[in-house]
Structures are given as C-alpha cells and as structure tokens.
Design a binder for this molecule. Sequence first.
Ligand code: MTE
Length: 400
Amino acid sequence: PTPDSHVPRDPRLIRLTGVHPFNVEAPLTDLFNEGFLTSPELFYVRNHGAVPVVREEDMLDWEFTVEGMVANPLTITLKELLSDYENVTYPVTLVCAGNRRKEQNVVRKSKGFSWGPAGVSTALFTGVVLKDVIERARPLRRAKYVCMEGADKLPNGYYGTSVKLNWVMDPNRGIMLAHKMNGEILRPDHGQPLRAVIPGQIGGRSVKWLRKLIVTAEPSDNWYHIYDNRVLPTMVDPDEAAKNPAWWTDDRYAIYDLGPNSATAFPAHHETLKVTEAPENYTVRGYAYSGGGRRITRAELSIDQGKTWRLTNIEYPEDKYRAYEDKQLFGGRLDMDWRESSFCWCLWSLDVPISELKESKDIVVRVMDESMNIQPRDMYWSVLGMMNNPWYRIVIHNEN
Ligand code: MTE
C-alpha cells in the first residue's frame, strides 16, 4: 500500500513513474476520444508526493490564508468562498511543462520522466476569480508577486510557486481558485478541495490543495519554484546544473506562459493503415494549444517530411462556452467576457486521400499562434526536458 491507497484511480491511466508518487497520462487515443473536455478519470496527474487526505465532512471548513505584503491579512474557508464571493465557471486546458518530454529523453536523457503527448487535459473549472480575493486583502504598493503553497508535505517542504501580481489582477488572464471540475467536487488527485488554476501557463503554477497565498516583492523562494519548471540554456548538462546554483535562481529561465504545441492522435504513432479496406480519405486528427491567452491560428500537415504543407480545419469548442449571453458561465461578469483570450486546446482535422497516404511513411504537424509563434523544426534540448515542442511526427505503416 502507498500513502495514496485511499485515492480512486482509473486503470486506463499509464503510470510514468514508480508506484508512488502518482504521475499518469491517458493513452492519447482515449484522451482524444473524450472530446474537448476531459473527464476527471482520464485527466493527467502530476503529484510530487502523497495526496493530502480531506474528509468529506471537513471540506467546507478547509482554510487558506492571504498574508505577506497586504494591509488586510485574511483567513478564508471554502464555505466563505462559496457564500461571500462571486463564483464563475469556464473551461481551461492544463498542460504539464513536461508534456512530450519522452522525445527529449530519446535524444539525450534529461532529469525528468518520460511524458508522452497526453500530459494535457481540459476541464470546466468553477471557482472564485483570485483578483477578488487579493483585492480584499489590499496589497501594498511595492508588492509584485503572489506566492502559493499547497498542503502536500514533500522532502523539500510544501509544494509552492508564484505568479506576478499584475497577472492576478488582470481579469483577462482568468486566474482563479477552483473547487469544482466539470461540475463536481475536485477529485483528490486534482487538489481537493481547493486549487489555483492559472490559465495559459504551465500546470506547475496551478498549486493544488491550496493553503497559503503570500503577497511578496520577489518571486517565490520555495524549493519547487527554484528547482523545477525551467528551461535552462541547452549547454547546461546535469553536472553543470548541479554545480552552479546560479542557473536556478535566474528568473529569466523560469517558465510561465505555454508556447505553441500540437500532436496527432489519429492515426496513432506506428498505426498500420488498412489501405485496402479504407474509404477514399483518412481523417487525420489532433490537438493544439498555445499560451498566455494566445489562440492557435493555423495547424499544418506534411506527409513529405516538411517539403509541402496542407492547411487543416480547426475547431475551437471553447467558444461555445464564452457566449456573451451565457450569464451562468461567467457569473454575468462583463470583465470576464474573453473575446480576446484563448485558454483551451483546439482540435484540428484534415481529410487526406488514402492514395497519397499510401506513399508516405510519416505525418508531421506544426501549428502557429496569433503572435506568429511557430513550432520549431528542431528540438531545443534542456536539462529538465521541458516545453518540448518541435514539429510532431508520427510514423505510419501501410498494410501492403
Ligand atoms: N500542487 C501541489 N500542491 N503539489 C504538486 O505536486 N504539481 C504541479 C501542479 N500543482 C503539484 C501542484 C504540477 S507540476 C502540475 S503539471 C499540475 O499541478 C498538475 O495538475 P493535475 O495533477 O491536476 O493535472
């Protein structure tokens, strides 16, 4: 038995580390078959340690504090969050910074376990806009960051990190404290009963089992903020990284916003296409996302190693949740009517004639976002193996 023996888990999930802590992704085809929203059972999990145990009867009494550089420090219970604050609901895609790390580990071993392309999931989160909480605490003039700390006790202290205060105060960044996922109470693995959700940024900033918010003038000094979630310069190997602490304290290397990324779900990597029985076209399908609220504006496919490209069709299911009239979802808040921001993955597809696929050995996809950030052809290797986003290539086989 592990410390998490009480936590229910779906057998379809693929374990990426040993028995404990729990780190899993769904098979990409299963994840994709769920559609735009991922059910909590198949939502990827990234835990650094044991899941805190919270009894159902104690949930509403869960407390967190707002402290540090504020004129009015607060202690707030989940019950108060539900009754004294406006609760809103919207879809957000969370992505682990290690998504697709396996490809980096193949080229050169990084200091991280091998995520496939399913370290990404989307849910309808319900909670309170963090801005509303921080405003009541009245941050002091020199305050610049909001540090967050969870209740999971780890070898190097509690899990914690920080984001900029001005992002928190910007309603278009949609930063919230969530207590529900797809309409139900958060599952234990996803931060029950309360977590931060930082849309458009790496999942590592969305602190689960939230206990503390500390307003500060400097970024978090938490061990996990410093030694995790970074893209160090490519020449820094594990030895150099261990020798020289300066690499870890330089906030320029810390990852916040996600970048453009994509994967093909159908066909699956190494799938054998039954060309003889197939219809005329095969519908190639996959996902794409970018960060910082930037929308994916194109997804292109190549079946000739990038010599020529074809434009795919993109669906943005997120848009149906942001309908202006849908008061229920945004609590009627005009400041949350995000026509400008995109915080979810989108789904692309293209019909490719089987006769052409038959001549091909692989399928490559690359995407671009509204700032013209494009997935690079080449991999940028770094010691933690994070933010891997070169063109996504799958190998296909033909039956004859
Ligand atoms: N918060 C706490 N308290 N402890 C953790 O281990 N892991 C972080 C983040 N928040 C973590 C945490 C990381 S690295 C990621 S990618 C996301 O939670 C994963 O969220 P999920 O497990 O709900 O998908």
